[in-house]
Design a protein around this ligand. Structure first.
Ligand SMILES: Cc1cc2nc3c(=O)[nH]c(=O)nc-3n(C[C@H](O)[C@H](O)[C@H](O)COP(=O)(O)OP(=O)(O)OC[C@H]3O[C@@H](n4cnc5c(N)ncnc54)[C@H](O)[C@@H]3O)c2cc1C
Length: 321
């Protein structure tokens, strides 16, 4: 019996979301009186053994160039093989884009119950019950998983990463890889310095900005806070900003520590993607804007006056003027 954790990478680097699932998976293993193991695919440019500090004891490295790009069908097949070797009874993913593609396929392959969007450790005093978000974060459901193998996809930013001491054993895992059906012919990188789904701070703007030419001040504020930039859907639909910045019900769902919403009304479909943010700051010139109801802090006023002043104050505070 073990807990197997999928370690997600991008360009050979371990994603922040993977550190969360490593910490979470180690804790699940502790609850079950067992140990946690990891599985990682393709070329990795990091010291995998050092991930032991997040509690993982052993990492199965399937180092095959065919696995450098995500193909969820191939990945799920290989994870099933690793799960069998490691005797995994619980398999943990981040509920990020990759996890959402792989976990359901693995669930079917292993006939394993899947809880996606988990926000807490399983309660094993009453079986195996996992709390998860439902209705776009408006409510929680406690899901009881009764299958012999259980899969959890943890919401990004729902579980605090904790680094301690330790080194993981690296175990090379070789297997025959099926012909990869998905061929990556090119990639277009998101323009921001901080990836949106991994960002601790997000500066987001909406139609109140009037046009794409006014995003300079949003980017400057984001830079001053080392934040990612985001936008409302109409802004992406109008091509003022790229679609990979669109947050909400039909865009990315994010849960940063701080979400700053500028010139966004706070429609329910927008809130669906950001309401798990730990602190929400709203800047809007309309005191009746619905977003203020969801805000921890609000500034009523013109974004064109407030944002440059905020950036200046932050830079001064950080001593970078
Ligand atoms: C099925 C469906 C799915 C949807 N999915 C999404 C989604 O995923 N994400 C999403 O965002 N939307 C989504 N929408 C659209 C959503 O309903 C809203 O229309 C949209 O969020 C509004 O965008 P906005 O707040 O940028 O624009 P607006 O509603 O036009 O609001 C602009 C705001 O800016 C303020 N403002 C104007 N000038 C200034 C100024 N100078 N300074 C400060 N504030 C100012 C205004 O007071 C206003 O509150 C969806 C809609 C549907 C029907």
């Amino acid at each position: 019996m073990s807990v197997l954790i999928f370690i997600d990478t991008a360009d050979g680097h371990v994603k922040k979301a993977s550190l969360e699932v490593l910490t979470y998976g180690a804790k699940v293993a502790e609850l079950l009186g067992t140990t946690s193991e990891g599985v990682v695919f393709g070329s990795v440019n990091e010291d995998l053994a050092a991930l032991g500090k997040y509690g993982v004891k052993k990492i199965h490295h399937v180092n095959n160039v065919l696995l450098n790009h995500l193909d969820a069908q191939v990945y799920s097949k290989v994870i099933a093989q690793v799960a069998e070797v490691s005797g995994a009874t619980v398999i943990v993913f981040s509920n990020n884009v990759d996890g959402k593609a792989i976990a359901p396929r693995l669930s079917v392959r292993l006939k394993a119950g899947l809880v996606s969007g988990a926000v807490a450790l399983p309660d094993i005093s009453i079986g195996f019950v996992v709390k998860k978000n439902v209705f776009s974060g408006k409510a929680f459901a406690n899901v009881s998983v009764n299958t012999s193998v259980k899969i959890i996809a943890l919401s990004p930013n729902a579980y605090q990463t904790v680094a301690g001491e330790g080194t993981a054993e690296i175990a090379p895992f070789t297997t025959v890889i099926d012909t990869v059906k998905v061929k990556v012919t090119g990639t277009t990188k998101a323009s921001g310095e901080v990836p949106l789904t991994e960002a601790e701070i997000v500066v987001s703007a909406g139609r109140g900005l009037k046009g794409p030419e006014n995003w300079g001040m949003i980017e400057e504020l984001a830079r001053s806070l080392h934040a990612a930039t985001a936008c409302s859907r109409p802004v992406a639909d109008a091509h003022w900003r790229p679609h990979n910045e669109h947050v909400g019900q039909t865009g990315f769902a994010i849960a940063p520590d701080l979400y700053i919403a500028i010139g966004i009304s706070g429609a329910i479909q927008h809130l669906a993607g950001v309401n798990r943010s730990k602190i929400i700051v709203v800047i809007n010139k309309d005191p009746e804007a619905p977003f203020f109801k969801a805000a921890d802090y609000g500034i009523v006023g013109d974004a064109f006056e407030i944002v440059p002043k905020m950036t200046e104050a932050i830079k001064k505070m950080k001593g970078v003027v």
